[in-house]
Ligand binder design. Sequence first.
Ligand code: GLN
Length: 504
Amino acid sequence: MNELITHSAAELAAKLAAKEVSAVEVVQAHLDRIAEVDGEVNAFLHVNTEEALAVATEVDTARAAGGAEAGRLHGLAGVPIAIKDLIVTIGQPTTAGSAMLRGWMSPYDATVIQKIRAAKMPMLGKTNLDEFAMGSSTEHSAYGPTRNPWDLDRIPGGSGGGSAAAVAAYEAPLALGTDTGGSIRQPAAVTGSVGVKPTYGGVSRYGAIAMASSLDQIGPVSRTVLDSALLHEVIGGHDPADSTSLTDPVGALAEAARTGNVAGMRIGVVRELQGEGYDAGVQQRFDESLELLRGAGAEIVEVSCPNFKYALGAYYLIMPSEASSNLAKFDGVRYGLRVLPEDAPLTIERVMGASRAAGFGDEVKRRIILGTYALSAGYYDAYYGSAQKVRTLVQRDFDAAFAQADVLISPTAPTTAFKLGEKLDDPLAMYLNDVATIPANLAGVPGISVPGGLAGGLPVGIQFLAPAREDARLYRAGAALEKLLEDKWGGPLLAQAPVLGGVK
Ligand code: GLN
């Protein structure tokens, strides 16, 4: 094992700038790590070897030239990144974890990919996910499950289990995920990594294959809070190609992460996001984090968000409704899989039916049926309409809570990583993993998950939530907790991981 893979993105950036290492060496170390462990982890659906090395070579050439050319390099130039395979990329297949898009090549780059290219960050490849980002375990991928590097018999969370596992297994220092109901934060929590769902509209969704457009958000995954902030600054900002993109800049996020501090900060404990349904071990780590934050000068207050108990129900009407509409474009006609019915007549409806029957997995079909039903005449008001009203109530709960607190805090997920297969046949049990993460998506507010320690030898995540556009507060609070905990542990949580024989 090459020790280069143990460094954070910020450390690698510093080493590259000081010419202590070349970008080619950094990329090669990560490609070697992928070759070494990904047969077991299955975080990657595609490894982008040639292009990653070519971009690294460009960075090294520019740096060697010195002068203006070197000066133009972005701070993260040469630092490699993995991309959730829901985000479209020229030159690498984009599958969305679905047989529907097996081998599909996008004719355009997502806005976040354009930004990563502009920063000359070598893309290591595309990471595994639950099909069309529907799931909490990455078991709904058409390409086999990803495994949790802490315990290969356990799930890495979902839908972005590939991105989180890649980062936790030191296959990549950084990754991009998407979070519609928790798919960045919950995988980060159960793999001991950091994940951020930015404010809705803070990062362009252009080129993220849409699951539920009013909830989807692209965001960073990393091993440190600072690294997520650095990546967030690369991908954030206004994009005219996304009609829901915010016009103001994302703020000084890395600075907030560097000066992490909770002295005088009012931290609201959400009464409804703990207790029943949360593992005792998770609750213990959560309570310890609260004590540390209090000791560092935070003012801990209790807030109540009574409508959060309806959030999961509302989400599982709104999300499938939007998904049923967004996934209508996979019709076997325009692109992707086309299956011709075996018998006549060869009508367009029958081609669509055969293609969708073969191309979509069970969970995707379940949600399309649910969404189509919720939107149908006669049921629209009772289901979709009511869910939208609950969404407004959840937003009001947040408004009231943020009048009392600068940030809110909760466990990110109610349990640690469960065994592969354990919840696969029980959709409701699977959906419950997102109770604590979903309210943020319904309200459009940002959230972060930071490692909070171990329960039963498995990582627990602590979530902070902030008001819309106040993403900087997440980094300030998250970095403060990270430091308090690392001082206690004597180093990062992932350094304790039995990550496939250890990386130390
Ligand atoms: N696990 C949630 C779901 O299945 C969240 C998915 C996501 O955020 N993409 O819908």
